[in-house]
Design a protein around this ligand. Sequence first.
Ligand code: AVI
Length: 330
Amino acid sequence: TIVIPAVTDHVISREPLEIFSQDVVRGLTASPKYLESKYFYDATGDRLFQQIMQCQEYYLTNCEMEIMTEQAADIAAAITSRIKAPFDLIELGPGDATKSIHLLEQLLKTGTDYTYYPIDISANVISSLEKELPEKLPGLQLHGLNGDYFDMLQQAAALSRRPKALLLMGANIGNFTPVAARKFCRQLRSCMQPGDLLLIGFDLKKHPQIILNAYNDAAGITRAFNMNLLTRINRELQADFDLDAFEHYPVYDPGAGSCKSYLVSLADQEVHIGHADVTIQFQQYETLYMEISQKYSLEETEELALQTGFRPDGCFKDTKGWFADCVWKA
Ligand code: AVI
């Protein structure tokens, strides 16, 4: 039987404009200036990110896709041999589930009893999955949860006491600094019971030029992706950023494993944020820090697991060894 829960179960949570405004002003009045990359993802940002994932330079998606298509049976077995069905498979930030669908399909093929809970801050993502996935995967038990990861994890825990396997794919952990990643993983762990599993994707350290190119594609999509946040601030907060007066400038530090994207102000200039009635001064060549994409060695992924209350328990790599989906046991 197909169980499709009522759409009304969703908790609608939107980032209120006031919080956006405060975060933007806090970042632009800090020294050095920064913006939070979680704000990249408005409708245009979502579309640009889809395009980034299709860029030849942005290897991450293909690497993880190879893992999920070629090793779906092994990943499914890794889960079912470690936790007992029936269980909940909870995906944080599923996107269109094009990667996880292979795992969902494999689990269905082997007759595993599980319910898939995609969690996303975007209501669109959840309603599309609820519409499309049961058509593609007849028999899938699906319950979408729209909201903040941790609020929705609590809700999932309240809905069922079954063992849980969490999926955090797409190297999303990389968009935290190492310190913030530890905090995030500890918080995830606190939502899990001993024996629950986490499958977590990491972009691995590799030749620095390959990494830098992934964040500096020749077609300029990543540039547009960064610039789009300025456009969003202009539109939503009545600001007057002149996009031509900023240059997209990503750097990769192979020692630290951190790829950081900056916008560099090309001139002395002033930007007015109408909504907050704040004027920001930029000096020529002053930087605006936009995003971190942290890269890990396999040893560093294991350290992160151990520091945050998990036991690393194997990992799945693509044939190039550029990306890893790691199994952590709570
Ligand atoms: C979503 N996240 C894992 C992407 C990354 O690789 O850091 C976001 C991104 N930023 C620029 N390109 C892609």
